[in-house]
Design a protein around this ligand. Structure first.
Ligand SMILES: Cc1ncc(COP(=O)(O)O)c(C=O)c1O
Length: 468
């Protein structure tokens, strides 16, 4: 086993780094064997044959309709044989490359924590990871914090701004509890006002134009509004909101913006500076397909002073003994978004999986992945619209939708539909149900573990069920 993993006897940091990056699945089959022990997982011959230890063995930026290339990509997932996975919007399983890097790191920390954290998962690694992440989302490295999920960022951004009683926080009625519930807590405790943007109306399903969204936001803001929270992509219906226009409008009125970016990272190429929001919280465990419990939080450099790091152990200007001298350890955290990170020990293998996921996406390229997701989603939307009795709630306009497709079959309960496609075809989709705003749909996520043939299987299943 020690042959395959991090070797504590190697003291040369360069060698250690090289060793740590060796794909040990490929070397002697140790971890590959452990994967095969899980019944039905990674056990098929085809999966064994395509085990990837080298990203360069994967196609580079395939065209959206290059089925052969994308099938090769899809075959790299550890998904159980026959499972058709269409719920990346909740959790994106890691492709083999990312999985291997995470397992490798887990073995590193368990075989020699000290050596591994000194030579591999050290401060340089963390800085490089922030830089790679920042490049990926189009910002500067001092503007991103490594977090555990979207909710982490939403909580931090909600409690961070200084607000006075009577100030108003605004959110939409298609937001997620990860964003709304921290707001409800703060509103209650600090005697703030709450305002809700109504985007539940039928005219948003599918939305006719981005302008309809913008008008709804404009109408909701008041002179007391101080913080506006909304989703970049609604998890409920899959609609893309016009973030840039909404943030411009909010900034002109002196309102801070926090965007719930749970869905776009890994699905859409991101340029957060271009979007112009003040804060953006995203996960790495959904469309980025990194480990569970990974994410990031972006805060624009020029608003960081106004967003306090109150949920961390970052020193508030002085040390625990009252002095203003701070240990050099804090240099990496003070004066940048990294100040939002520190809440005790972290999960090193998960951080390594973030790094691997970035490499993975950069290899396939975010543009190619987005184009593939859009291609599959268009195929699904078109197929669904052609089935009598099926309603689709996302737009065909690429500015208004991407990889999430929401739909219903008339007369079929959404939970029953989940069960039917699962029991009959091993297809995993979900429902999103919020009766309070008359919302109850099925939702399918189109990402790169899905093949065009699988979309046809789903369409066939829906047609059969719609016919009764
Ligand atoms: C829009 C939205 N916000 C927040 C969340 C919560 O995300 P996380 O689990 O990364 O905190 C989700 C999860 O599905 C979501 O879809």
């Amino acid at each position: 086993m020690s042959e395959l993993n991090f070797n504590p006897l190697v003291e040369d940091p360069v060698k250690l780094k090289t060793l740590s990056r060796r794909r040990f699945f490929g070397l002697a089959g140790g971890a590959a064997a452990s994967v095969a022990l899980i019944p039905g997982v990674g056990s098929s011959e085809s999966q064994a044959a395509v085990a990837v230890s080298d990203l360069n063995a994967l196609p580079k930026a395939p065209a959206p309709d290059d089925e052969r290339a994308w099938e090769e990509v899809a075959s790299q997932f550890l998904l159980r044989d026959g499972l058709i996975y269409m719920n990346t919007g909740t959790r994106g399983p890691s492709p083999r490359y990312v999985h291997e890097r995470q397992v490798e790191a887990l073995e590193g920390v368990n075989s020699d924590y000290l050596g591994y954290s000194r030579h591999v998962a050290n401060a340089d690694f963390t800085k490089a990871l922030r830089q790679k992440l920042a490049d990926f989302v189009g910002v500067d490295s001092n503007e991103v914090a490594l977090m555990n999920n979207t909710t982490d960022g939403m909580i931090t951004g909600t409690w961070g701004p200084v607000l006075e009683p009577g100030d108003e926080i605004v959110y939409t009625n298609h937001d997620h509890v990860g964003g709304t519930h921290p707001i409800l807590h703060r509103v209650n405790r600090d005697h703030l006002n709450l305002k809700v943007v109504d985007i539940a109306d039928r005219k948003f399903h599918p939305p006719r134009s981005a302008d309809d969204y913008l008008k709804a936001f404009e109408a909701a803001l008041t002179p007391r509004s101080k913080l506006l929270s909304f989703c970049h992509v609604n998890y409920t219906d899959g609609g893309i909101l016009p973030v840039k226009e909404i943030c411009e409008m909010a900034r002109a009125r002196g309102v801070l913006t926090i965007v719930d970016g749970a869905q776009p990272p890994g699905m859409m190429k991101l340029d957060l500076h271009e979007l112009g929001c003040d804060m953006y919280a995203g996960p790495f465990h959904k469309w980025m397909m990194s480990s569970m419990y990974t994410g990031f939080f972006y805060v624009r450099e020029d608003v960081q002073e106004r967003i306090e790091a109150i949920l961390t152990i970052t020193p508030p200007g002085k040390n625990m003994y009252g002095g203003t001298e701070l240990a050099s350890f804090w240099d990496d955290y003070m004066g940048s978004a990294a100040k939002y990170e520190l809440r005790g020990s972290t999960n090193t293998p998960a951080r390594m999986a973030m790094d691997a996921a970035l490499d993975y996406h950069n290899h396939l390229t975010p543009q190619a992945i987005e184009a593939r997701d859009r291609y599959l989603a268009a195929k699904l939307r078109n197929g669904l619209r052609a089935i009598s009795g099926v309603d689709v709630y996302v737009s065909d306009d690429p500015r208004l939708s991407c990889g999430l497709v929401s739909f219903t079959i008339e007369g079929v309960a959404t939970t029953d539909l989940n069960d039917m496609v699962w029991e009959r075809h091993n297809i995993y989709i979900r429902n999103v149900t919020h009766k309070e705003v008359d919302w109850d749909v099925n939702r399918a996520s189109m990402h790169i573990m899905v093949t065009a043939a699988q979309v046809d299987t789903l369409l066939g299943a829906i047609e059969e069920i719609a016919k009764g």
